[in-house]
Design a protein around this ligand. Structure first.
Ligand SMILES: [Zn+2]
Ligand SMILES: [Zn+2]
Length: 264
């Protein structure tokens, strides 16, 4: 079949936390450890490279108390992707851990949903609780890219290339989009924060950062419909991803191939 892609999940950060912090209305007694990992993704095929999300840098590590395990630029270079020459960056949404290294990609065109850019530049950001996970600096970077003609807006489903489509789901933020990729094993859905953890999906139980609970729950149905099977859905922050998929390129730690069949 033509136009299938390789997909790399590249872990760049980590945060230890309790299980109840990962579920809306979580029971505070549920205090088992349930850490989050932080990833960016590279989608490579048909002569093009797309990077999904840009991660965060040392400034956010200090401010937000998350640990960088490998800087995003280093992780990308380790699989042969030079951020300085990447032509397309997809932003699933504008949260600090997904949109924090925009200047690393000086040649890129940025793909984002209208609803997300409207959300982070409008009235909603007057509310502390809604703007908590965004950074004005990151939003400013995108405003500058707009004025440089380097932003491609999408409104709902959109085909970036054969076998590579974007789908607005909302819920977690107003304009959250998921990415669907054709691979040698079928259609893989990179859920980003539509499902932080496998457990959010399996229990149909949202992560606590949510702007619309209905939309968030509908997003689970949407990503299930888009993926070839439940095993083709990749959550955005689950450390289990590194155990379920084979390591890439000679065993580089923290980088796995999502176009490969998951183990067991
Ligand atoms: Zn998020
Ligand atoms: Zn996130």
């Amino acid at each position: 079949m033509s136009d299938t892609y390789e997909i790399y999940a590249i872990r760049y950060g980590h945060h230890d936390r309790k299980a109840h912090e990962n579920f809306l209305f979580g029971d505070p007694h549920d205090d088992a450890q349930m850490p989050l990992d932080y990833f960016v993704w590279a989608i490579i095929g048909a002569g093009r490279t797309f990077v999904l999300d840009t991660g965060f840098g040392p400034d956010m590590e200090k401010k937000r108390g998350r640990r960088i395990v490998r800087p995003v630029a280093d992780g990308l270079k380790a699989i042969g992707v030079d951020p300085a020459t990447v032509g397309d960056v997809i932003l699933s949404h504008m949260h600090y851990d997904h949109a924090g290294n925009i200047p690393l990609f000086p040649k890129a065109r940025f793909h984002i949903q209208d609803a997300e850019m409207n959300f982070v530049t409008g009235r909603s950001m007057c509310h502390g609780v809604l703007r908590h996970s965004f950074e004005a600096e990151h939003v400013g970077h995108m405003v500058h890219r707009i004025f440089e003609d380097r932003v491609q807006f999408h409104d709902g489903p959109s085909e970036l290339a054969h076998g590579l489509t974007l789908h607005k789901v909302g819920g977690h933020t107003k304009g959250l989009q998921v990415t669907r990729v054709r691979t040698r094993r079928g259609w893989v859905v990179l859920a980003s924060d539509a499902a932080h953890l496998y457990a959010n999906l399996e229990r149909n139980h949202p992560f606590p950062i949510v702007v619309d609970v209905d939309d968030y729950l509908e997003a689970f149905n949407t990503i299930r419909a888009l993926a070839s099977s439940e095993a083709h859905i990749v959550p955005g922050h689950d450390p289990m991803v590194l155990q379920r998929y084979p390591l890439a390129r000679g065993g580089l730690a923290g980088v796995v191939r999502l176009d490969a069949e998951p183990k067991g």
